[in-house]
Design a protein around this ligand. Structure first.
Ligand code: ATR
Length: 285
Protein backbone atom coordinates (compact mmCIF):
# COMPACT_ATOMS: atom_id res chain seq x y z
CA UNK A 1 0.00 0.00 0.00
CA UNK A 2 1.21 3.48 -0.78
CA UNK A 3 1.77 5.81 2.11
CA UNK A 4 0.82 9.23 0.79
CA UNK A 5 2.67 10.90 3.64
CA UNK A 6 6.02 9.89 2.20
CA UNK A 7 7.65 12.29 -0.21
CA UNK A 8 9.66 10.59 -2.92
CA UNK A 9 12.87 11.92 -4.47
CA UNK A 10 13.98 10.05 -7.60
CA UNK A 11 17.37 9.69 -9.23
CA UNK A 12 17.10 9.31 -12.99
CA UNK A 13 20.09 8.24 -15.03
CA UNK A 14 21.60 5.27 -16.82
CA UNK A 15 23.37 3.57 -15.13
CA UNK A 16 22.37 4.46 -11.55
CA UNK A 17 23.45 1.24 -9.86
CA UNK A 18 26.74 2.53 -8.44
CA UNK A 19 25.41 5.89 -7.26
CA UNK A 20 25.95 6.69 -3.60
CA UNK A 21 23.20 9.35 -3.64
CA UNK A 22 20.44 7.02 -2.35
CA UNK A 23 22.51 6.03 0.72
CA UNK A 24 23.64 9.62 1.31
CA UNK A 25 20.15 11.15 1.21
CA UNK A 26 18.26 8.30 2.91
CA UNK A 27 20.71 8.39 5.83
CA UNK A 28 19.98 12.11 6.21
CA UNK A 29 16.21 11.62 5.99
CA UNK A 30 16.41 8.94 8.70
CA UNK A 31 18.69 11.01 10.94
CA UNK A 32 16.43 14.06 10.67
CA UNK A 33 13.22 12.01 10.96
CA UNK A 34 11.94 13.34 7.66
CA UNK A 35 9.25 11.40 5.81
CA UNK A 36 11.14 11.25 2.55
CA UNK A 37 12.55 8.40 0.53
CA UNK A 38 15.21 8.59 -2.21
CA UNK A 39 14.95 5.95 -4.95
CA UNK A 40 17.12 5.39 -8.03
CA UNK A 41 15.54 4.70 -11.43
CA UNK A 42 17.36 3.47 -14.49
CA UNK A 43 15.83 5.41 -17.40
CA UNK A 44 16.66 4.64 -21.03
CA UNK A 45 17.20 7.66 -23.31
CA UNK A 46 13.98 7.03 -25.26
CA UNK A 47 11.96 6.96 -22.03
CA UNK A 48 13.13 10.25 -20.55
CA UNK A 49 10.09 12.32 -21.51
CA UNK A 50 7.70 9.73 -20.07
CA UNK A 51 9.84 9.37 -16.95
CA UNK A 52 9.64 13.13 -16.32
CA UNK A 53 5.87 13.06 -16.88
CA UNK A 54 5.82 10.20 -14.35
CA UNK A 55 7.64 12.30 -11.72
CA UNK A 56 4.85 14.83 -12.05
CA UNK A 57 1.96 12.37 -12.25
CA UNK A 58 3.17 10.52 -9.16
CA UNK A 59 3.79 13.82 -7.35
CA UNK A 60 7.47 13.17 -6.59
CA UNK A 61 8.92 15.91 -4.36
CA UNK A 62 11.98 16.19 -6.59
CA UNK A 63 14.76 14.39 -8.37
CA UNK A 64 18.42 14.21 -9.17
CA UNK A 65 19.44 13.80 -12.78
CA UNK A 66 22.62 12.13 -13.87
CA UNK A 67 24.43 10.92 -16.99
CA UNK A 68 23.18 10.79 -19.75
CA UNK A 69 20.06 12.91 -19.07
CA UNK A 70 21.44 16.16 -17.61
CA UNK A 71 21.08 18.11 -20.87
CA UNK A 72 18.24 16.20 -22.51
CA UNK A 73 15.83 16.74 -19.60
CA UNK A 74 15.69 20.53 -20.02
CA UNK A 75 12.83 20.69 -22.61
CA UNK A 76 10.63 18.48 -20.42
CA UNK A 77 10.79 20.74 -17.34
CA UNK A 78 8.38 23.60 -16.58
CA UNK A 79 11.11 26.07 -15.62
CA UNK A 80 14.89 26.26 -15.26
CA UNK A 81 17.07 28.43 -13.03
CA UNK A 82 19.52 31.04 -14.34
CA UNK A 83 22.54 28.79 -13.70
CA UNK A 84 20.94 26.06 -15.81
CA UNK A 85 20.53 28.57 -18.65
CA UNK A 86 24.25 29.37 -18.39
CA UNK A 87 25.53 25.83 -17.81
CA UNK A 88 23.08 24.02 -20.09
CA UNK A 89 22.61 21.05 -17.75
CA UNK A 90 20.35 20.06 -14.83
CA UNK A 91 21.25 17.82 -11.89
CA UNK A 92 18.42 18.68 -9.49
CA UNK A 93 14.66 18.99 -9.97
CA UNK A 94 12.22 20.43 -7.43
CA UNK A 95 8.45 19.89 -7.68
CA UNK A 96 6.95 23.28 -6.80
CA UNK A 97 3.19 22.84 -6.55
CA UNK A 98 3.10 20.57 -9.57
CA UNK A 99 5.66 22.49 -11.64
CA UNK A 100 9.04 20.84 -12.18
CA UNK A 101 11.90 23.32 -11.83
CA UNK A 102 15.46 22.42 -12.88
CA UNK A 103 18.63 23.53 -11.08
CA UNK A 104 22.33 22.76 -11.29
CA UNK A 105 24.12 22.34 -7.96
CA UNK A 106 27.35 20.81 -9.37
CA UNK A 107 29.25 24.08 -9.83
CA UNK A 108 28.22 25.59 -6.49
CA UNK A 109 28.93 22.26 -4.78
CA UNK A 110 32.40 22.14 -6.30
CA UNK A 111 33.19 25.73 -5.31
CA UNK A 112 31.94 25.28 -1.73
CA UNK A 113 34.04 22.15 -1.34
CA UNK A 114 37.14 23.78 -2.82
CA UNK A 115 36.91 26.84 -0.57
CA UNK A 116 36.01 25.08 2.68
CA UNK A 117 38.38 22.13 2.35
CA UNK A 118 41.46 23.99 1.11
CA UNK A 119 40.95 27.51 2.51
CA UNK A 120 42.30 28.90 -0.76
CA UNK A 121 41.50 32.40 -2.00
CA UNK A 122 40.69 32.48 -5.72
CA UNK A 123 41.64 36.14 -6.20
CA UNK A 124 44.15 36.60 -9.05
CA UNK A 125 44.72 32.87 -9.45
CA UNK A 126 45.50 31.22 -12.79
CA UNK A 127 43.29 28.16 -13.12
CA UNK A 128 43.96 25.26 -15.48
CA UNK A 129 41.01 22.97 -16.17
CA UNK A 130 41.55 19.59 -17.84
CA UNK A 131 38.48 18.37 -19.72
CA UNK A 132 35.42 19.92 -21.33
CA UNK A 133 32.50 17.61 -20.45
CA UNK A 134 29.31 18.33 -18.54
CA UNK A 135 31.03 18.72 -15.18
CA UNK A 136 33.49 21.20 -16.68
CA UNK A 137 30.65 23.41 -17.88
CA UNK A 138 29.27 23.72 -14.34
CA UNK A 139 32.69 24.25 -12.74
CA UNK A 140 33.95 26.74 -15.35
CA UNK A 141 30.74 28.79 -15.19
CA UNK A 142 30.94 28.94 -11.37
CA UNK A 143 34.66 29.79 -11.27
CA UNK A 144 34.12 32.51 -13.87
CA UNK A 145 32.02 34.42 -11.29
CA UNK A 146 35.14 34.60 -9.07
CA UNK A 147 37.95 37.17 -9.37
CA UNK A 148 40.46 34.81 -11.04
CA UNK A 149 43.35 36.10 -13.11
CA UNK A 150 42.62 33.66 -15.93
CA UNK A 151 41.08 30.34 -16.83
CA UNK A 152 42.61 27.88 -19.30
CA UNK A 153 40.68 24.87 -20.58
CA UNK A 154 42.56 21.95 -22.14
CA UNK A 155 40.71 19.14 -23.88
CA UNK A 156 41.27 16.38 -26.45
CA UNK A 157 38.38 17.77 -28.46
CA UNK A 158 39.15 21.48 -28.90
CA UNK A 159 35.65 22.36 -30.14
CA UNK A 160 34.15 21.36 -26.79
CA UNK A 161 36.66 23.54 -24.93
CA UNK A 162 35.88 26.44 -27.29
CA UNK A 163 32.14 26.06 -26.73
CA UNK A 164 32.63 26.36 -22.96
CA UNK A 165 35.04 29.29 -23.24
CA UNK A 166 32.66 31.17 -25.57
CA UNK A 167 29.82 30.63 -23.14
CA UNK A 168 31.66 32.38 -20.29
CA UNK A 169 31.44 36.11 -19.84
CA UNK A 170 32.95 37.92 -22.83
CA UNK A 171 35.20 39.94 -20.56
CA UNK A 172 36.61 36.95 -18.77
CA UNK A 173 40.11 35.95 -19.91
CA UNK A 174 39.75 32.34 -21.03
CA UNK A 175 42.32 30.39 -23.04
CA UNK A 176 41.86 27.03 -24.66
CA UNK A 177 44.32 24.46 -26.02
CA UNK A 178 44.52 20.85 -26.98
CA UNK A 179 45.39 18.50 -24.10
CA UNK A 180 48.55 17.31 -25.90
CA UNK A 181 50.03 20.74 -25.14
CA UNK A 182 49.63 20.27 -21.39
CA UNK A 183 53.39 20.56 -20.77
CA UNK A 184 53.20 24.25 -21.70
CA UNK A 185 50.57 25.04 -19.09
CA UNK A 186 51.06 23.03 -15.90
CA UNK A 187 53.98 24.83 -14.25
CA UNK A 188 52.38 28.28 -14.66
CA UNK A 189 49.03 27.38 -13.11
CA UNK A 190 48.15 28.15 -9.48
CA UNK A 191 45.27 25.68 -9.49
CA UNK A 192 44.97 22.56 -11.69
CA UNK A 193 41.57 20.86 -11.87
CA UNK A 194 41.03 17.47 -13.49
CA UNK A 195 37.42 17.20 -14.66
CA UNK A 196 38.06 14.25 -16.99
CA UNK A 197 37.40 10.62 -16.16
CA UNK A 198 41.12 9.84 -16.46
CA UNK A 199 42.28 8.11 -13.25
CA UNK A 200 38.81 6.91 -12.29
CA UNK A 201 38.38 3.29 -11.20
CA UNK A 202 39.16 0.83 -12.81
CA UNK A 203 41.81 2.90 -14.71
CA UNK A 204 43.50 4.03 -11.54
CA UNK A 205 46.98 4.13 -13.04
CA UNK A 206 46.18 6.88 -15.52
CA UNK A 207 46.95 10.58 -15.22
CA UNK A 208 47.09 13.45 -17.71
CA UNK A 209 49.65 15.54 -15.81
CA UNK A 210 53.40 14.82 -15.91
CA UNK A 211 54.41 14.60 -12.25
CA UNK A 212 57.67 16.53 -12.62
CA UNK A 213 55.78 19.66 -13.75
CA UNK A 214 53.76 19.88 -10.51
CA UNK A 215 55.36 21.91 -7.73
CA UNK A 216 54.82 23.15 -4.18
CA UNK A 217 52.61 26.22 -3.98
CA UNK A 218 50.11 24.75 -6.44
CA UNK A 219 46.71 23.32 -5.62
CA UNK A 220 45.74 20.19 -7.54
CA UNK A 221 42.05 19.24 -7.53
CA UNK A 222 40.44 16.12 -9.01
CA UNK A 223 36.67 15.69 -9.35
CA UNK A 224 37.11 11.91 -9.42
CA UNK A 225 36.30 10.41 -5.99
CA UNK A 226 36.64 6.73 -6.79
CA UNK A 227 39.46 6.20 -5.85
CA UNK A 228 39.50 8.91 -3.19
CA UNK A 229 43.15 9.59 -3.97
CA UNK A 230 43.77 9.38 -7.70
CA UNK A 231 47.22 8.92 -9.15
CA UNK A 232 47.17 12.66 -9.99
CA UNK A 233 46.55 13.61 -6.36
CA UNK A 234 49.10 11.13 -5.02
CA UNK A 235 51.79 12.47 -7.34
CA UNK A 236 50.83 16.07 -6.61
CA UNK A 237 51.18 15.42 -2.87
CA UNK A 238 54.61 13.84 -3.50
CA UNK A 239 55.63 17.05 -5.26
CA UNK A 240 54.58 19.10 -2.22
CA UNK A 241 51.42 20.54 -3.81
CA UNK A 242 48.16 20.92 -1.90
CA UNK A 243 45.45 18.47 -3.01
CA UNK A 244 41.65 18.42 -3.12
CA UNK A 245 39.63 15.27 -3.86
CA UNK A 246 36.34 14.93 -5.71
CA UNK A 247 34.39 13.60 -2.72
CA UNK A 248 33.60 17.11 -1.47
CA UNK A 249 31.98 18.11 -4.77
CA UNK A 250 29.72 15.07 -4.61
CA UNK A 251 28.77 15.78 -0.98
CA UNK A 252 28.17 19.48 -1.49
CA UNK A 253 26.13 19.19 -4.70
CA UNK A 254 23.96 16.76 -2.71
CA UNK A 255 23.75 19.09 0.29
CA UNK A 256 22.54 22.00 -1.86
CA UNK A 257 19.97 19.73 -3.57
CA UNK A 258 18.82 18.44 -0.16
CA UNK A 259 18.24 21.99 1.00
CA UNK A 260 16.19 22.75 -2.11
CA UNK A 261 13.94 19.73 -1.50
CA UNK A 262 13.52 20.02 2.27
CA UNK A 263 14.45 23.58 3.27
CA UNK A 264 16.97 22.10 5.72
CA UNK A 265 20.74 22.65 5.55
CA UNK A 266 22.20 19.18 6.14
CA UNK A 267 25.28 18.16 8.14
CA UNK A 268 27.96 17.62 5.49
CA UNK A 269 30.27 15.79 7.94
CA UNK A 270 27.56 13.19 8.46
CA UNK A 271 27.06 12.96 4.68
CA UNK A 272 30.78 12.41 4.21
CA UNK A 273 30.87 9.60 6.81
CA UNK A 274 27.89 7.93 5.12
CA UNK A 275 29.46 8.08 1.66
CA UNK A 276 32.85 6.89 2.92
CA UNK A 277 31.15 3.90 4.56
CA UNK A 278 29.25 3.15 1.33
CA UNK A 279 32.46 3.35 -0.70
CA UNK A 280 34.24 1.04 1.76
CA UNK A 281 31.39 -1.49 1.44
CA UNK A 282 32.01 -1.57 -2.31
CA UNK A 283 35.63 -2.47 -1.78
CA UNK A 284 34.46 -5.58 0.07
CA UNK A 285 32.33 -6.65 -2.95
P1 ATR B 1 30.87 14.55 -17.92
O1 ATR B 1 29.72 15.05 -18.73
O2 ATR B 1 30.44 13.76 -16.72
O3 ATR B 1 31.88 15.60 -17.57
P2 ATR B 1 31.98 13.55 -20.30
O4 ATR B 1 31.17 14.48 -21.09
O5 ATR B 1 32.07 12.13 -20.75
O6 ATR B 1 31.59 13.46 -18.80
O7 ATR B 1 33.43 14.19 -20.21
C1 ATR B 1 34.53 13.48 -19.94
C2 ATR B 1 35.75 14.37 -20.19
O8 ATR B 1 36.88 13.56 -20.02
C3 ATR B 1 35.81 14.95 -21.59
O9 ATR B 1 36.40 16.23 -21.54
C4 ATR B 1 36.74 13.97 -22.30
O10 ATR B 1 37.46 14.51 -23.38
P3 ATR B 1 36.76 14.71 -24.86
O11 ATR B 1 35.78 15.82 -24.69
O12 ATR B 1 37.89 15.09 -25.75
O13 ATR B 1 36.14 13.40 -25.16
C5 ATR B 1 37.69 13.66 -21.18
N1 ATR B 1 38.43 12.40 -21.36
C6 ATR B 1 37.96 11.15 -21.18
N2 ATR B 1 38.95 10.24 -21.42
C7 ATR B 1 40.06 10.96 -21.75
C8 ATR B 1 41.40 10.61 -22.09
N3 ATR B 1 41.80 9.32 -22.13
N4 ATR B 1 42.28 11.60 -22.37
C9 ATR B 1 41.88 12.90 -22.30
N5 ATR B 1 40.64 13.29 -21.98
C10 ATR B 1 39.74 12.34 -21.71
Amino acid sequence: MINNDIKIIGLIGNPVKHSKSPQMHNALFAKLNLKYEYLAFNVAAGELERAVAGLKALNFAGANVTVPHKVAIIPYLDAISPEVVAIGAVNTVVNKDGRLVGYNTDGAGYLQSLLTETGISLADKSVLILGAGGATRAIAYTLAQEPLAELTILNRNLDKAAAIANNLSVNFPTKIAIIDEINNFVAEADIIINTTTVGMSPHINQTLVPQELIHAGQLVSDIVYNPLETRLLREAAEQGAKTHSGLGMFINQGAIAFEKWTGITPDTDFMRETVLAALAENEDD
